[in-house]
Design a binder for this molecule. Structure first.
Ligand SMILES: [Zn+2]
Ligand SMILES: [Zn+2]
Length: 168
């Protein structure tokens, strides 16, 4: 099985301060949250600097992936890019939840990549900030259709949903 995100770092480990840049473009399956996902076959792009320190390897840079989903108000297809900055340590004895494993002279960037993309995928995407949504009476797309139904201006349930955060 090919694991394109497992990198050899023997050259870096020889001397603290050594560094190397890596640009990787790799399709990864199964990147999906409630409101959006990375389309099948579309790659994640990693633009990283690997640097040797006494304790291991420091990885800094950006991880980005295209996503697609449905506007939470009008259900229209929406696309965007999820991009996160990373700064992580890979060490021989990693601290659970804080650092990653340096396995001999190799590091596996896949767990970090998955974690970063999943955090950046929007849970409730919008086609545009002021999307008018669907008419609750007749289901018309109110961005394009004036169906004539008036809405209760006090009914703010949908915008409240938009503010929901699932972070803990
Ligand atoms: Zn919309
Ligand atoms: Zn209507």
């Amino acid at each position: 099985m090919v694991r394109p995100l497992v990198l050899g770092v023997a050259d870096l480990l020889r001397r603290p301060g050594n560094q190397r840049d890596e640009e990787l473009v790799v399709p990864l399956g199964g990147l999906e949250v409630l409101g959006s996902k990375v389309p099948d076959g579309e790659p994640v792009t990693l633009d990283l600097r690997l640097q040797s320190v006494n304790e291991g390897i420091v990885v800094t840079g950006t991880i980005a992936a295209p996503w697609e989903g449905e506007c939470r108000r009008c259900l229209r297809a929406v696309r965007g890019t999820a991009e996160g900055r990373v700064q992580e340590i890979f060490e021989e004895h990693p601290v659970e939840g804080e650092t990653f494993k340096l396995d001999g002279d190799r590091i596996d960037l896949e767990p970090l990549t998955r974690e970063t993309v999943l955090l950046e995928l929007p849970l409730a995407p919008l086609c545009q900030d002021d999307c008018a949504g669907l008419c609750p009476e007749c289901g018309a797309d109110r961005n394009t259709t004036d169906c004539g139904h008036t809405l209760e201006p006090s009914d703010d349930r949908w915008s409240a949903l938009g503010e929901l955060r699932f972070d803990d």
